[in-house]
Design a protein around this ligand. Structure first.
Ligand code: HPA
Length: 269
């Protein structure tokens, strides 16, 4: 089966399960998947039961697709995403984004845990742009003409209007929301201090191991994007050691603000 046939097969499968006409896709990163538990009138499907779908292996990722109402909007939420470092092909990593587009989503909210280069742990940051340092591109291969052009423009990959709404909502809720550039690497090792110094001079504010492939595919297909990073640690060289337990623990601390913010933004989009 071609990639295109798989996308449409999965779309039809999800529609048959009642997942019709979602307005927004939510991609929930490490420790942030709890938001999906607040979806009302939820239809929940295990990843293992969805045709052509990847499998989630990281601690803190549940591996469920959740559809329903959140803040009055119809959403389809990925509770746990697929990473390149797990050994997934980028077609697998970005497959849910393509299915979200095929189901008719207008936009996606992509969230992640990230290391701060300047910004510190506990900060939420709206992503204004990214730097792709993965050495990979999910659009390599035959272009899916049904979705977008061979050479897509990335000038406005992170939708300004969404970001402006996010800032307005954050101010109303009295939640601090910074803005900056996300630099994407493949992982799974954390960066070296020398890499982080280099990334800083390149203009990065945070670094992480996800998001870039999904946003490239979203931009290709004309999906609007809001990206939010939850900064869980200072990047390498700015703190004494890095570990996944700290990433999960700090996400636990900021998830209250994170959930309130995303729900309030959704209501306004
Ligand atoms: N680097 C890369 N990815 C991350 C980090 C980091 O410091 N923290 C959370 N995800």
């Amino acid at each position: 089966m071609t990639l295109l046939e798989k996308i449409y097969e999965t779309r039809d499968f999800l529609r048959d399960k009642g997942m019709t006409e979602p307005a927004f896709g939510l991609i929930l990163g490490s420790g942030l998947g709890e938001l999906a538990e607040e979806v009302e009138n939820a239809i929940i499907i295990d990843y293992a039961d969805i045709p052509n779908w990847g499998q989630s292996t990281v601690v803190g990722h549940a591996g469920k697709l959740v559809y329903g109402n959140l803040a009055g909007r119809k959403v389809i939420a990925l509770q746990g995403r697929f990473h390149f470092y797990e050994g997934n092909h980028l077609d697998v990593v970005t497959f849910p984004v393509r299915v979200m587009k095929a189901l008719g989503c207008e936009g996606v909210i992509v969230t992640n845990a990230a290391g701060g280069i300047g910004y510190g742990p506990g900060t939420l940051m709206a992503i204004s742009d990214h730097i792709n340092m993965t050495g990979q591109n999910p659009l390599i291969g035959e272009n899916l003409e049904d979705f977008g052009p061979r050479f897509p423009d990335m000038s406005d990959a992170y939708t300004k209007a969404y970001r402006e709404k996010a800032f307005a909502v954050a101010e109303k809720l009295n939640i601090k929301l910074d803005e900056g550039v996300y630099l994407g690497v493949t992982g799974p090792c954390y960066e070296t201090p020398a890499e982080i110094r280099a990334f800083k001079t390149m203009g990065a504010h945070v670094v992480g191991m996800s998001t870039v492939p999904e946003v490239i595919v979203a931009a290709h297909s004309g999906l609007k994007v809001l990206g939010i990073s939850a900064i869980t640690n200072f990047a390498a060289g700015f703190q004494s050691e890095l570990n996944h337990e700290e990433v999960v623990a700090v996400t636990q601390q900021i998830k209250g603000d994170f959930k309130a913010l995303v729900k309030a933004i959704l209501a306004e989009l």
